[in-house]
Design a protein around this ligand. Structure first.
Ligand code: FE2
Length: 231
């Protein structure tokens, strides 16, 4: 009898790209965010990062200094969409909201998803080496034969072999670099590791909504916003 082999179905594809923001602009934008943070700290708890959207800064794309960054990000989002096998020229893209997060030493962002949009991203404006990466999680892994089997704890307990960690683990870690963007479906559960350094980790996030350019004959996907009727 010969060994069988697996065909892996339905992968989650997370897109990574260097954005190439000019260094002086990257420093200037970092300063702007850190000034916003100091002006209005978010009073949650010591472990939680500062969230710009919860502090009245949820439309960063309207801030003129951020214009060149959002142009570069828009290009990355279209590359991501094209890479997934979707034709960007058939869609309209909208930044729906955008905000910064600041994670100081020991701070993190707990698990959540952005259920009101289609595409989300994190762009790392300032990212120290040990500044804390990003975790992606899945609530019901298709290979998880019994609930709780494919967890980090079961891996640490030795119940999972390296193959189990590869095919079934329900939380994966990525370590982004400064000036890198990570793009993913908004519905994906994600969280961050704590910043282990004294330099603040500063990231920019946004939620992106897609509509069809021409919705004639389509039952699914959003029609163009210009055709909606507000009441
Ligand atoms: Fe998020």
């Amino acid at each position: 009898m010969t060994g069988g082999k697996f065909t892996d179905l339905f992968p989650l594809s997370v897109y990574r790209a260097g954005v190439g923001l000019e260094e002086s602009l990257r420093r200037r934008l970092t300063e702007i965010i850190l000034t916003d943070e100091q002006r209005k700290p978010t009073p949650v708890d010591e472990e939680t990062a500062w969230l710009g959207d919860a502090s009245g800064h949820e439309f960063l794309f309207e801030v003129p200094e951020f214009g060149p960054l959002f142009e570069k990000i828009a290009a990355s989002v279209k590359c991501y969409v094209a890479g997934l096998g979707i034709r960007p020229e058939r869609l309209n893209f909208y930044f729906q909201r955008s905000w910064a997060t600041v994670s100081r030493q020991g701070q993190r962002i707990f698990e959540h998803a952005h259920v009101q949009s289609h595409i989300s991203f994190a762009y790392y404006l300032q990212k120290p080496g040990d500044g804390g990466g990003i975790y992606f999680s899945i609530a019901e892994h298709p290979n998880e034969l019994a609930e709780g089997l494919f967890t980090l704890q079961k891996s640490e307990d030795g119940i999972l072999s390296p193959a189990g960690a590869l095919r079934g683990i329900n939380r994966c870690y990525l370590e982004p670099e400064q000036d890198e963007i990570i793009i993913f479906p908004s519905k994906t559960l994600h969280s961050t590791a704590p910043n282990m350094t004294t330099m603040p980790r500063v990231s920019i996030s946004a939620d992106v909504v897609l509509t069809l350019r021409d919705s004639g004959g389509h039952e699914t996907l959003m029609p163009p916003v210009e055709r909606w009727k507000r009441f």
